[in-house]
Design a protein around this ligand. Structure first.
Ligand SMILES: Nc1ncnc2c1ncn2[C@@H]1O[C@H](COP(=O)(O)OP(=O)(O)OP(=O)(O)O)[C@@H](O)[C@H]1O
Ligand SMILES: [Mg+2]
Length: 386
């Protein structure tokens, strides 16, 4: 039996000995060095592996945990079991953000969960729990939604959002002056579009208040990305080379186009300000990724966030001491920077029910947005009830 064989071959930390890494580096040590509690269950939901971080998380020794059903370790109504069922039925990995795991022993913990099938071991699933990183980013977003609502932040933000597009408009107008004939039409259009958008933004001051529902419709995010790229290239990012890597089959985002353009503009502007004067590069990428879900606070429901939009740059990276405060309003390392760009991004993406993930290292800073897709009805596609 696969399970018996696997357990029979366990090495020091309960891992099979004959992995590709054997002789180079003990995989058990690698897994034990991870800060994320990680476990493997077999087809009967029996725990067949756990790393040291899991022992600490569950405050129980591995000897006491091994071979126990997960239902004996976590409450049977825990959302983790829904996730496991989804991995088994879908055969692909599933992530859930903001899941509460609660037992009398460990108390209440908000975690992000990534669960993936182990293809070589039918029914087995590896599950990793992330206590701080992603989960705390969500907390940050929630805090910043509050911050963005404050009157001072609101007015400063509005002024900021009037100023930013103006640089694009000015750049486009300058180009028009020198411009060749065919370009003129496109640039005039650009100026009009931007002016309309600014007016809409100023008119929509109430968007910062709590209860005004977001006007949402299916948005072609590639069109929005291309609009932002054109705007950037003719203004603040004229020194940067852009690369696009779009998934052509991406369904429309369920969102507000003007606000999504604003979000992308803020991210591309940050990227353009970070990249080197020469050889600066910005990658715009989209991807359809099944299995990213976000728990809705205060309810059992979850939203699917399968649309991933990435803005990546080859700048020096985000300074370490800034990371914890990145979404705080008025946090900036730039002379003349207001520190409002990312606060507004957090607010807008939060209002869309989406997620932001930022990972940064020298020469690669990547901001990823996870957003919901437009429901079939909103796209004029009839939904058949079975
Ligand atoms: N792509 C990036 N690479 C490196 N650092 C970044 C990047 N994006 C943001 N940052 C850092 O995060 C800080 C906050 O960004 P944010 O967009 O909120 O404000 P800002 O760009 O400083 O000012 P504003 O957007 O209001 O003009 C920046 O000052 C910068 O230090
Ligand atoms: Mg900025």
């Amino acid at each position: 039996m696969a399970r018996a064989r696997q357990i029979g071959r366990r090495g020091r930390a309960g891992l099979p000995d004959n992995t590709a890494l054997a002789g180079v580096c003990d995989p058990a040590n690698v897994l034990n060095a991870l800060a994320e509690p990680t476990l493997v269950i077999d087809g009967d939901n029996r725990l067949v592996y756990g790393n040291m971080a899991l022992e600490q998380f569950l405050a129980t020794s591995m000897t006491a945990l091994l071979q126990r059903h997960l239902e004996e370790i976590l409450p049977p109504d825990s959302p983790i079991f829904t996730l496991i069922a989804q991995v088994r039925s879908g055969g692909h990995s599933v992530s859930a953000y903001g899941v509460t795991l609660e037992t009398p022993r460990i108390g209440s913990n908000v975690v992000s969960i990534v669960a993936a099938p182990i293809l070589e071991e039918a029914g087995s699933i590896v599950i990793s729990l992330q206590r701080r990183s992603i989960a705390s980013k969500i907390d940050h977003q929630l805090v910043h939604r509050g911050a963005a609502r404050s009157l001072t932040a609101m007015s400063a933000m509005l002024a900021h959002e009037v100023k930013n597009p103006l640089s694009g408009i000015r750049g486009a107008a300058q180009l028009l002056e020198q411009g060749a004939e065919p370009d003129n039409r496109q640039l005039t259009q650009l100026i009009c579009d931007e002016a309309d958008r600014i007016v809409a933004l100023v008119d929509g001051m109430e968007m910062f208040s709590d209860d005004r529902p977001l006007a949402r419709a299916p948005v072609n995010i590639h069109e929005a990305l291309e609009h932002v790229r054109r705007l950037a290239e003719s203004g603040f990012a004229s020194h940067v080379s852009f690369r696009e890597h779009y998934d052509p089959s991406l369904p429309p985002v369920y969102g507000n186009r003007d606000l999504l353009v604003q979000t992308l503009l803020n991210l591309v502007k940050n990227a353009a300000e970070a990249v080197p004067e020469r050889s600066g590069e910005i990658l715009l990428k989209t991807r359809f990724q099944q299995g990213v879900r976000l728990a809705i606070p205060g309810s059992d429901s979850r939203v699917d966030l399968p649309l991933e939009i990435t803005v990546q740059d080859n700048g020096p990276g985000i300074p370490d001491d800034l990371r914890a405060h990145l979404f705080d309003p008025f946090v900036s390392t730039k002379s003349g920077g207001k520190g409002l760009g990312l606060a507004l991004v957090a607010k807008i993406i939060g209002d869309h029910g989406g997620l932001i993930e930022i990972d940064s290292e020298p020469r690669r800073t990547r901001v990823r947005l996870f957003l919901p897709k437009a429901p079939m009805e909103s796209r004029g596609i009839p939904v058949r009830s079975s």
